[in-house]
Design a protein around this ligand. Structure first.
Ligand code: NAI
Length: 310
């Protein structure tokens, strides 16, 4: 089996550097026509330049691929729409969207203010939503879409000083969980990457051996697979870095069921708390409705008929 993107059109946001550049180069090397989006700002999102996106476009073309640049900010809804328009105008459609653009404004929560919070949420969570919203109808119309969102282990597991970033990044999983359901009937598959790589965003935080190991090129094959026709999964979180690939999943414990109809006290929860938290028989639910059905199957004799819960 070989993975090719011949005839496919891809958008990679924040592709002027780091991971996005590596994803764009790999997709292009396998035949995708690529929109290289990047506003060319600093790590904190300030300033801007056409140079990074242009340089990656030149690199792709020099290697025999096809690409066009776009310099819009993902966090501006009109800019996000224009990123998708760039793809449609240049190449006629959008098959693949890799939401990768990102910034950092780290500070401990004691020092967090609304502006610092909003700037980070605006790029990661809102920006991802805006570009995806613009691409969605195009993909729906074509009955084909592969979307990758970029989360971070900082949000999935936690990292000191990154409340804004971690919250925005964990938000990707919520967005994915809903979109995997809404996209299924249009063959739009939505998955999430949790990368670990040495880029300008992280290199100062890493020891030299780690810098050497964590090349962005070791992450991009995971993205390429998720974006390929070969992949049929939607709703996967793929942790990737330094040659390591692993799935991360939200799991619920088997749980404790108090007798229906009886008074439930905080003391009863306290008594059972160790068991409530016991993950030895943990399970994943494909939807929130599936978890409710599990609850009903245990607590309501004979279960319940068809219902819709939101
Ligand atoms: P990077 O700073 O090298 O690349 C991010 C790119 O996004 C930059 O070229 C920047 O100009 C662009 N960008 C920023 N704001 C933008 C906007 N509003 N519109 C368009 N482009 C914008 O950083 P890196 O490490 O390559 O990060 C890529 C993604 O991976 C980010 O979402 C980041 O949060 C995520 N990530 C990276 C990790 C790592 O280990 N490097 C770890 C976990 C997540």
């Amino acid at each position: 089996m070989s993975i090719s993107f011949d005839g496919r059109v891809a958008i990679v946001t924040g592709a002027g550097a780091g991971l996005g550049r590596s994803h764009a180069m790999l997709l292009a090397s396998r035949g995708a026509k690529v929109v290289v989006n990047d506003l060319g700002g600093a790590v904190d999102g300030t300033s801007g330049s056409a140079a990074p996106a242009d340089k990656v476009v030149d690199e792709i073309k020099a290697a025999g691929g096809e690409a066009v640049a776009n310099y819009d900010s993902v966090s501006d809804p009109a800019g996000a729409a224009n990123i998708v328009k760039t793809a449609v105008d240049a190449f006629g459609k959008v098959d693949i969207l890799v939401n990768n653009a990102g910034i950092l404004r780290d500070r401990s929560f004691t020092k967090m203010d609304a502006e610092t919070w909003n700037a980070v949420v605006a790029v990661h969570l809102n920006g991802t939503a805006y570009v995806t919203m613009a691409a969605w109808p195009v993909m729906r119309e074509n009955g084909y879409g592969r979307i990758v969102l970029t989360a971070s282990n900082s949000g999935l597991y936690g990292n000191f000083g990154q409340a804004n970033y971690g919250a925005a990044k964990a938000g990707m999983v919520g967005l994915m969980n809903v979109l995997k359901q809404e996209g299924r009937k249009y063959n739009i598959l939505v998955n999430t990457l949790a990368p670990m790589a040495t880029t300008r965003m992280t290199e100062e935080l890493m020891p030299p051996e780690a810098v050497k190991l964590l090349q962005p090129e070791l992450v991009s094959p995971g993205v390429a697979y998720l974006c390929s026709e070969t992949n049929e999964e939607s709703g996967i979180v793929l942790s990737a870095g330094g040659g390591y690939f692993a799935r991360i999943q939200v799991m619920g414990s088997e749980g404790v069921f108090m007798e229906p109809g009886t008074e439930v006290t905080p003391e009863m929860v306290a008594d059972q708390f160790a068991k409530i938290c016991d993950m030895s028989n943990a399970q994943n639910f494909d939807s929130s409705t599936a978890e409710l059905q599990y609850l009903f199957s245990k607590q309501i004799k004979g279960g319940v008929g068809h219902s819709h819960f939101s």
